[in-house]
Design a protein around this ligand. Structure first.
Ligand SMILES: *Cc1c(COP(=O)(O)O)cnc(C)c1O
Length: 359
């Protein structure tokens, strides 16, 4: 029998595999997906476009056409190199691998996006989590102190943050970028940029050490797996070296190019979801015993008296949300709910109201 302990690194064998719950038959409000499909005529045109893709050929690894469209349609400054990832999860992995010098550290607020810590572990980096404040805003003083102590090679700031929805103060991010200085990279993760009022992408020129990372997942293309980042061109040049050469497959490339040429369709869906977020937040706040945290993303974090019980009762109603109560002590009794269509939000609200009152 193979000896796992002789072969596999202990920090890997002690991990539980990333768990994605089976959502068959459930109303899926757990993963921040855009609930809207492409319009039917656009689906047809896309099918014809994809039918012509040369599946027998490797992708052309420069991806220059796709990068040009990302720059033009998604607002990356023209003078910036873009690095593409198979989802931004892969970009996080690439940054980790590239920066994994012996003793190098990764710093991020917690609770935050779990892949920062996971990816650090995979690459053999030490992860330092700095707790948010009780109201889930950034503890800037603690971040600055941790930066002085640990001199992190990578500092991640999800803007807005997942799973809290918090949009950190832009001035605090600036202070952090200055504190990190020349000895580290600051990754501002804008996965939820379509739902947020501000972005650091237009401010890249102000900071030498800043990388802005985004994804098309939350915009409505989670299935095609495409992330991108931009920043200091010398840094991008290094990150590009650890990118698997054909990481964006030809179908993803063709689908992304097709949809980006019509990106106003997704922009309109995002606008609708932002409006729905306000509606849902108001409706939730009106329920007794429910605390709603401010969110600049396409989800809402709420606190209830007994999240375990409410989560289970919602499942009885065939509704899947994310129970984040066990993720971190600051999230005790918290649930994370994806903002969806008016119809699905109404189904959720009715089920939640019933779940809060029933024994
Ligand atoms: C969803 C999410 C991502 C990952 O996006 P993919 O491109 O789908 O891999 C990255 N960062 C944050 C904060 C997220 O919530």
């Amino acid at each position: 029998m193979v000896s796992i302990t002789d072969i596999i690194r202990p920090e890997i064998s002690s991990l539980a595999a990333y768990h994605v719950p089976d959502a068959a038959g459930l109303l899926k409000l757990d993963a921040m997906e855009n609930p809207y499909l492409l319009p039917a005529e656009m689906q047809q045109a896309l099918a014809q476009h994809l039918a012509q893709v040369a599946l027998n050929r490797y992708p052309v690894p420069s991806y220059s056409g796709l990068k040009q469209l990302i720059a033009d349609k998604l607002g990356v400054p023209a003078d910036r190199e873009i690095v593409l990832g198979n989802g931004s999860d892969e970009l996080i992995a690439m940054i980790s691998v590239a920066c994994a010098r012996p003793g190098a550290k990764v710093l991020a607020p917690v609770p935050g996006f779990v892949m920062y810590a996971m990816s650090a572990k995979f690459a053999g980096l030490e992860f330092i989590g700095v707790p948010l404040q009780a109201d889930l805003t950034l503890d800037t003083a603690a971040m600055l102190a941790a930066i002085r102590t640990h001199r992190p090679a990578i500092t991640y700031l999800a803007y807005p943050n997942n799973p809290t929805g918090t949009l950190y103060d832009a001035d605090d991010i600036v202070a952090i970028a200055h504190a990190v200085g020349d000895s580290g990279v600051v990754v501002v993760d804008e996965a939820y940029q379509p739902f947020a009022p501000t972005s650091f992408m237009p401010r890249l020129a102000e900071f030498d050490n800043l990388v802005v990372m985004r994804t098309v997942s939350k915009l409505g293309l989670a299935g095609i797996r495409l992330g991108y980042m931009a920043g200091n061109n010398a840094l991008m040049h290094e990150f590009e070296k650890v990118r698997p050469p054909y990481n964006i497959n030809v179908l993803t490339q063709a689908a992304a190019e097709f949809v980006l040429q019509r990106v106003e369709v997704l922009d309109a869906q995002a606008a609708e979801l932002r409006a729905q977020r306000s509606q849902l937040a108001m409706a939730l706040s009106a329920l007794p015993g429910v605390q709603v945290f401010p969110s600049a993303a396409n989800f809402l974090l709420i606190r209830v008296a007994n999240a375990e019980q409410v989560f289970a009762k919602l499942l009885d109603h065939k509704i899947l949300v994310k129970n984040v109560g066990k993720m971190h002590s600051l999230l005790e009794n918290c649930l994370r709910i994806t903002v969806s269509t008016p119809e699905e939000n109404a189904l959720f609200m009715a089920a939640l109201a019933a779940s809060l009152t029933s024994k």
